[in-house]
Design a protein. Structure first.
Length: 282
């Protein structure tokens, strides 16, 4: 399957290009290789043999795990399956301190729109934002997006709030290796018109420059996670994914360019919160 054309029919092509350093072999990448190749093909992986690593990433999207994400950055879900939240955030911080590629801006995105309490709406993305700031990323270079609590909702929210800024840009998608195939498959779906933007897969485990001080995920934990990812990827490819065919007029997302105190009541004036009307149809 070729690279998907833009939704408006103008011929803008969304491409996926591998980052050289992300090609390092790890147990997670090896375990996901079979369904990863399939996902890249279906996502329109036009640059599999690209010779040059991009020197600059205009944006890096950091996807938040839906469950168990907080200041403690859990590596495992309550059911024992691997999440890798700490790996995602530490990889994002490590990437900022690399000379190549240089990162201009981060977009941290996580579920929250389903929350009626304004503080809870931004809780996940504020944890992510604070981690990056503590790691040296300037606050002005971080955009926060609240979305529905799944990967497709993440990208709908980013498109809703940021698509004009992302047109024709080079965009890294940073998540765990087990999640990369499904994330790219969704991001490059023809329903999204990114204006010819290039997407660069950034598997967290391949970007870490130091040790996390945590044991590697056990085989059962990782196998269970990969099986669940495979199931979700298959659902998307068959057109059976939850809310996959939601009309664009119903897409929801909220964008913040400033910090919010998630411990305080909602302020009377909140000029930094560009919130779209919440969709109550689930």
């Amino acid at each position: 399957m070729g690279a998907p054309r833009s939704a408006d029919g103008t011929g803008g092509v969304t491409r996926v290009r591998p980052l050289k350093s992300a090609q390092q072999s790890t147990s997670v990448r090896k375990s996901s290789a079979d369904h990863g190749a399939s996902a890249q093909q279906n996502a329109g992986a036009a640059g599999q043999t690209a010779a040059n690593t991009p020197k600059v990433l205009d944006f890096v999207i950091v996807l938040c795990p839906n469950i168990g994400f907080g200041p403690e950055l859990e590596e495992y879900a309550p059911d024992g399956l691997y999440i890798g939240a700490r790996a995602r955030m530490q990889a994002a911080a490590d990437l900022f301190h690399r000379a190549n590629p240089a990162v201009k801006k981060y977009i941290v995105v996580g579920g929250g729109l389903e929350q009626s309490d304004h503080r809870l709406r931004w809780k996940k993305t504020e944890h992510m934002r604070e981690f990056l700031i503590r790691s040296g990323v300037p606050p002005k270079d971080i955009l926060s997006v609240a979305s529905e609590p799944d990967t497709s909702g993440n990208f709908r929210a980013i498109w809703k709030t940021c698509h004009a800024q992302l047109r024709a840009k080079t965009i890294g998608v940073l998540t765990n290796q087990y999640h990369v195939p499904r994330a790219l498959c969704i991001a490059t779906d023809p329903q999204f018109d990114w204006g010819g933007a290039q997407f660069i897969p950034l598997p967290a485990e391949s970007l870490l420059t130091g040790e996390l001080g945590l044991p590697a995920p056990g085989k059962a934990s990782l196998a269970g996670r990969l099986a669940r990812e495979q199931h979700g990827l298959g659902d998307w490819q068959r057109g059976e994914y939850r809310n996959q065919h939601m009309p664009q007029r119903s897409w929801q997302g909220s964008l913040r360019t400033e910090a919010i105190d998630t411990h305080q009541p909602r302020p009377n004036s909140d000029s930094g919160d560009h919130t779209q009307p919440q969709n109550t149809r689930r």
